[in-house]
Unconditional design. Sequence first.
Length: 334
Amino acid sequence: MTVRIGMIGPGGMGRAHIERIHSVISGGRVVAVSDVNADNARAVADQISGTAHASSQELIDSPDVDAVMITSHGPAHKPDVIAAIRAGKYVFCEKPLAPTADECVEIMQAEQEAGKKLVTVGFMRRFDASYREMKRILDDGEVGEALMVHCAHRNPTVPDFYTWDMAINDTAIHEIDTMRWLLGEEFVSVRVDKPRKTSLRFEHLQDPLVLILTTESGVRVDDEVFVNCQYGYDIQCELVGETGVVRLGDQELVQRADAHGRRNRLTMDHNQRFGAAFTTEVQEWITAVANDRHTGSTSWDGYAAAVVCDAGVQALTADGEVAVEMMPKPEFYA
Ligand code: NAD
Ligand code: ISE
């Protein structure tokens, strides 16, 4: 069976997913698209010999669409995720599930009313081979109990529509989700430290910043977010355990040695750095949909990340720590 996918918002991320689905991944095909930018929908539909729908709802209701991928901007996600749930269709939604925890609660309510887990959130780092090996080492007790994790999330530059809160709910959300998954526990507080700002980008941003997060058991996670670092897409993570330390290898690209020295080529964006993780993530989703199963991060994970982000955004303007107030996990997501 080929899973016929309808994609809402085929911009940069969506087109990269289409490329993967049509050239590397098996079992699925993007057959329909919609976009607030109708010209974009038409152009992508022509490229894939598919249908351009006039609205998200029309795409979701189409009998030719088995499952939905949402790759529009975060603030646009909620109504389309809920419409897909109400149509009884599996839906893969790029992160964030929605920009605030309240919106994620509405999505969880709709999903529980449907009585079936239909929503997968695109937290692709859970599928990255290096993070998976780090988790195996921790879970097998090879470095003892986790005490601290040092993370860095650096982008070369961001566009001018990137607002100050996006450092948390668009960028740091990746570490927030990955650390919840890696450590297997929730965060209870967050603080934001604000170092000297880079002069190389927009005045409205606090760039860089450092999130200091604490988990239920007291593990301390620091996350440097620096989205105008100029030199590359540089993702770092070092977990300090009671008996050892494990850190991510440096990038996915080759190391080179020549007359100029020994050096790495750096990845420059998420598609280069996490290309293999995206492929595994989307392949697993398509295979699961074909077998009428849920896979990957749930709406609860989308909600939990959003609660921490909400507290993080508050911490941007607060002095000291902000508590993370999470609702009890519904049995449905246990
Ligand atoms: P983009 O601007 O390139 O594409 C977004 C597309 O959505 C555009 O074509 C836009 O016209 C369309 N759109 C906006 N509002 C819409 C609406 N209400 N209905 C239909 N279409 C709408 O953005 P992008 O960089 O591709 O990001 C898209 C999503 O992917 C975001 O949620 C972003 O956070 C996520 N993303 C994830 C990663 C990752 O590493 N996992 C990386 C980049 C982006
Ligand atoms: C973007 O939306 C992503 O998800 C990237 O992975 C991240 O590095 C970037 O900061 C975000 O804006």
